[in-house]
Design a protein around this ligand. Structure first.
Ligand code: NAD
Ligand code: DAU
Length: 359
C-alpha cells in the first residue's frame, strides 16, 4: 500500500485520519475534498507542504474531475469519508445529503471501478475501497438492551442516515455485481479535536465558555456510544490493511452515555479548570436547557465492536474521560481555530437555535 486516496480529508474525522497516516505510516495521502463549510482551512495547515500529502479540491459528484484525480495519482486504495454529516441539517435541507452521500458515492464507485478494472493483476488484487459508514443506518434501538451487530437490518430514521444507508447498499452491490474489493465500517459517535460546533460536544463546549444556554433536545436521555476520533482513524487503517474483502466491521468505544451525562461530564471537566466564569454563571451545568426535540430522534445507538477487536486486535486507547479531557485541552489551546469554526457555522446556529441558543 503506497498511495491512499482519502475523500473528505478536510473534515473532522478525515483530518484526523490524514494526520494519522502522515505521522504513523509511510503512505502517500491524496485528499479529495470539495471544502464545504465543514472543512476548516486550518485543520490540515500543518501538513500542507508535507512531501507525502497531496490536495485536490474536487466535488465527488464531478465524475470527470474524479477521473483526472485517479489518473494523476494512481491510488492503491480509497477511504471514502466525504459526506454531509449533520443530522439536523439533513432534516432542514436534505438535498445536499442526497447529492453527496448517495449520488456522489455512486460517481466515486463508478470512477474507482473503471480505474480498478484497468490495473494490472497484482494491483487489482490488492486494491481496496473502504466505505466509512455510521451506526445510524441501523436506526433506533429504543429500549431494547442489545447492541448493533454486523449484518443487522437497516432502518434509518433521518435523511442523513437514509442517504448513508443507500450509499452502503451501492458499495456492497458494486462488490457483489462487479467484484470491486470493498470493505465497510460502521462507527459510533466520534468526538475530539477539529469537530465543528454544530455537533453536541463542541457546541456545548463553546456555549458554556460564552455563558450561552446548553440546549439538550427533548429529555436529554437519548443514548450515544462515544469514540475518540484518533481511535477511529487507527481502526480505519487496521481495517484497510487487515480487513477481509466484502466484510463489514463495527467500530465503537464501549462508552454509552445519555446526552445529559455527556454534557454534565463536560461541565465537570470545565469546572476542574482555572477558567474565567462567564458573567452571571455560578456553575456551567446551570446553563443546561431542555429544548424542543429533534424530529425522528433515535433514542439509543450502541455498537458491538467485538469482531474488530478479535480479528484485527484493535482497541481504543482513550476512555471517555481521558478523551474528553484531551478534547477540552485541544479547543482551549486553539482559539483561532475555534473563532473561524464559529464563524463558519454562525448562520446555521442563528437559524437553528435562534440568538439566545434556544429552539
Ligand atoms: P464532516 O462534516 O466533519 O466532514 C465532511 C468532509 O467532507 C468535509 O471536509 C467536506 O468538505 C467534505 N465534503 C462534503 N461534501 C463533499 C463533496 N461533495 N465532495 C467532496 N468532499 C465533500 O464529517 P465527519 O464527521 O468527519 O464524518 C466523516 C465521515 O464519517 C462521514 O461519511 C460520516 O458519515 C462518517 N461518520 C461520522 C461519524 C461522526 O461521529 N462524526 C461517525 C460515524 C461515521
Ligand atoms: O452515530 C454516528 C453519527 O454521530 C454520525 O454518523 C453523524 O455524522 C454525527 O453527526 C453523529 O450524529 P448525532 O446526531 O448522534 O450527533 P450530534 O452531535 O448532532 O448529536 C448527538 C446527540 O445529541 C443526539 O442525540 C442529538 C443531541 N443533541 C445534539 C445537538 C446538536 C442535543 O441534544 N442538542 C444539540 O444541540
Amino acid at each position: 500500500m503506497e498511495r491512499v486516496l482519502v475523500t473528505g480529508g478536510g473534515g473532522f474525522i478525515g483530518s484526523a485520519l490524514v494526520l494519522h497516516l502522515l505521522a504513523e505510516t509511510e503512505v502517500e495521502v491524496v485528499n479529495v475534498d470539495k471544502l464545504t463549510y465543514a472543512a476548516h482551512p486550518d485543520s490540515l495547515a500543518a501538513v500542507a507542504d508535507h512531501p507525502r500529502y497531496h490536495f485536490e479540491r474536487v466535488d465527488i459528484g464531478d465524475r470527470p474531475a474524479l477521473e483526472a484525480v485517479f489518473d494523476r495519482h494512481r491510488p492503491d486504495a480509497v477511504i471514502h469519508l466525504a459526506a454531509e454529516s449533520h443530522v439536523d441539517r439533513s432534516i432542514r435541507e436534505p438535498a445536499a445529503f442526497i447529492a453527496t452521500n448517495l449520488v456522489g458515492t455512486y460517481q466515486l464507485l463508478e470512477t474507482a471501478r473503471a480505474y480498478w478494472a484497468g490495473l494490472d493483476a497484482p494491483r487489482r488484487a490488492a486494491f481496496r475501497f473502504l466505505q466509512v459508514s455510521t451506526d445510524e443506518v441501523y436506526g433506533d434501538l429504543g429500549d431494547r438492551p442489545e447492541r448493533f451487530r454486523e449484518g443487522g437490518p437497516y432502518a434509518p430514521s433521518s435523511p442523513y442516515s437514509a442517504s448513508k444507508a443507500g450509499a452502503d447498499h451501492l458499495v456492497r452491490a458494486w462488490h457483489r455485481t462487479y467484484g470491486l474489493p470493498v470493505l465497510v465500517t460502521h462507527c459510533s459517535n466520534n468526538y475530539g479535536p477539529r469537530q465543528y460546533p454544530e455537533k453536541l460536544i463542541p457546541l456545548m463546549l463553546f456555549n458554556a465558555l460564552a455563558g450561552r444556554p446548553l440546549p439538550l433536545y427533548g429529555d436529554g436521555r437519548q443514548v450515544r456510544d462515544w469514540l475518540y476520533v484518533e481511535d477511529h482513524a487507527r481502526a480505519l487503517w487496521a481495517v484497510l490493511l487487515g480487513g477481509r474483502v466484502g466484510e463489514t466491521y463495527h467500530i465503537g468505544g464501549d462508552a454509552e452515555r445519555t446526552n445529559l451525562e455527556v454534557v454534565e461530564a463536560l461541565c465537570a471537566e470545565l469546572e476542574g479548570r482555572d477558567l474565567p466564569r462567564p458573567p452571571g454563571v455560578r456553575a456551567f451545568r446551570d446553563l443546561i436547557t431542555f429544548v424542543a426535540d429533534r424530529p425522528g430522534h433515535d433514542r439509543r445507538y450502541a455498537i458491538d465492536a467485538g469482531k474488530l477487536r478479535r480479528e484485527l486486535g484493535w482497541q481504543p486507547r482513550e476512555t471517555f474521560a481521558s478523551g474528553l479531557a484531551r478534547t477540552v485541552d485541544w479547543y482551549l489551546a486553539n482559539p483561532s481555530w475555534v473563532e473561524r469554526a464559529r464563524a463558519g457555522v454562525a448562520e446555521w446556529l442563528e437559524r437553528h437555535y435562534g440568538g439566545g441558543g434556544e429552539r
